[in-house]
Ligand binder design. Structure first.
Ligand code: SF4
Length: 397
């Protein structure tokens, strides 16, 4: 395959749907870890076209969604200072904190800027030596290396007025926490392919063994996802629990040694809170002692801010796969992408936003499920792909 659209080929999609249907004898629950995978599944209608009993649970792998409320409040506090230029990817500006979001702070006169790379923020720091320039560093193992590289560059170039507000999280401890939850219904994981591009697959065999759970590293296009589902279902049907790489065009066992070395130099593993989920041990990164002087939380003394989650928003249950977005009473009413109550409605990768965008406004009826035929699959996939909007630059992964 040479071009990306070949990974949406309807003939091959039908063949994979047929294969999945042929090997499925029991109901199974699979979790796709990444919000990008959730978006693709909902956009192409894949979940509606699988055999009855194959359930996809949408996981917590949207970086915007899991950034904890107290970090948003710390960002708002720092951005409000007159001596600060606060830089961020665009999708963080509408994420609600306890009372406001970064757009409101910007409208009140704060210097909040959207950038497309942390290196843009470093350049702004060089151009504005009289100002403190802060970059909002959020995301998974995919965005952590460039942020680490930027801090490394700041130290190397002796740029004292740059700092990083860090909220990086790691996928394997989250999988561990999900499997340890007493409410866990997940029987197999579609692991996030882009994360494994950086980190490789070596962290996963121990998890698969410990929890007797198949883990299939999966990409983001429709055929990638169908192949991941096919392999996971085949393992479940055979009583296996191994790690498989269904995304070999991007992932190998080692990942990127250069990126991992940069992470190990600049960051150290720490406990992290996940929005709506809570503290997960060893699930994040913070700046290592060598680079601690570039930590915005310490530079601006905002470590003491504490918050409480909204009682209306059920994003924590959405992020753990315990409910679907349309089971939240506020979905599509008080909470819409224009007026989001929770982070899962803000981000383009959030499950609530994906359900709203692709008009999953209520649970499917029995009649809709009965229409689950192979021919319908290719038609729906093609139609939904044709209607899909372009994706904005964001804090992917
Ligand atoms: S629909 Fe809105 S209020 Fe409900 S869980 Fe999603 S983000 Fe929260």
């Amino acid at each position: 395959m040479k071009y990306l659209d070949e990974f949406s080929d309807p003939v091959l999609a039908k063949r994979l749907f047929d294969d999945i249907r042929a090997i499925t004898t029991k109901p199974w629950s699979l979790m796709e870890v990444c919000g990008g995978q959730t978006h693709s599944i909902i956009r192409h209608g894949i979940d509606q076209l699988l055999p009855d009993g194959i359930r996809l649970i949408h996981g917590p792998g949207c970086p915007v969604c899991v950034t904890p409320l107290e970090i948003i409040d710390k960002a708002l506090e720092i951005a409000s200072r007159p001596d600060v230029i606060f830089c961020s990817f665009g999708d963080m500006l509408r994420v609600p904190g306890s009372g406001r979001d970064l757009f409101q702070v910007k409208s009140e006169g704060a210097d909040v800027r959207v950038v497309y790379s942390p290196l843009d923020a470093l350049r702004i720091a060089q151009e504005n030596p009289e100002k403190q320039v802060v970059f909002f560093g959020i995301g998974f193992e995919t965005t952590a290396p460039p942020n680490a590289m930027t801090v490394y560059q700041a130290k190397k170039l002796a740029i004292p007025n740059f700092s990083l507000l860090v909220s990086h999280v790691r996928v394997p401890p989250a999988i561990d926490a999900i499997m340890n939850s007493p409410d866990c219904q997940v029987q197999a994981f579609l692991a996030a392919g882009h994360v494994c591009t950086v980190m490789g697959t070596r962290e996963y065999p121990a998890l698969a063994d410990r929890h007797n759970v198949p883990i299939v590293v999966t990409g983001f296009e429709p055929l990638d996802i169908l192949e991941g589902i096919r392999r996971a279902v085949r393992q479940l049907e055979n009583g296996e629990h191994t790690v498989e790489n269904a995304y070999p065009r991007a992932v190998n066992e080692q990942g990127s040694p250069a990126a991992q070395a940069m992470l190990a130099d600049v960051f150290e593993v720490t406990d992290r809170s996940w929005r709506g989920i809570g503290m997960i041990p060893q699930s994040g990164w913070r700046l290592s002692p060598t680079y601690r002087e570039y930590d915005a939380e310490h530079r601006f003394s905002v470590t003491g801010i504490e918050t409480e989650e909204s009682t209306v928003c059920r994003s924590g249950e959405v992020l753990q796969g315990l409910i679907k977005p349309h089971e939240c009473a506020a979905f599509g009413k008080e909470c819409t992408p224009r007026n989001p109550l929770g982070a899962t409605m803000v981000s383009s990768e959030g499950a609530c936003a994906a359900y709203y965008l692709y008009r999953r406004l209520e649970a499917p009826t029995a009649n809709a499920q009965a229409a689950n035929a192979p021919d319908a699959s290719t038609q729906a996939a093609s139609a939904q792909a044709a209607n899909a909007p372009a994706k904005e630059a964001s804090s992917v992964g």
